[in-house]
Ligand binder design. Structure first.
Ligand SMILES: [Zn+2]
Length: 60
């Protein structure tokens, strides 16, 4: 299980997500970024993906 707090990458955002896999988490984050953070591309920038991977927590 993966856990991610968007506020760790985007200060002030209170959204928290859980997903079974890193790929699923990135898909969820992409949709969240499009709706909550004004992302207009189909995918997040590589730098943002790297930031999310870096702060994503793994739990059982
Ligand atoms: Zn957010």
């Amino acid at each position: 299980m993966k856990e991610y707090s968007c506020g760790d990458v985007v200060p002030g955002c209170g959204a928290r997500f859980t997903a079974d896999t890193e790929e699923e988490m990135l898909a969820i984050c992409t949709v969240h970024a499009q709706h909550a953070h004004g992302l207009t591309d189909d995918a997040m920038p590589d730098a943002l993906i790297a930031s999310i991977r870096a702060v994503m927590l793994t739990s059982v």
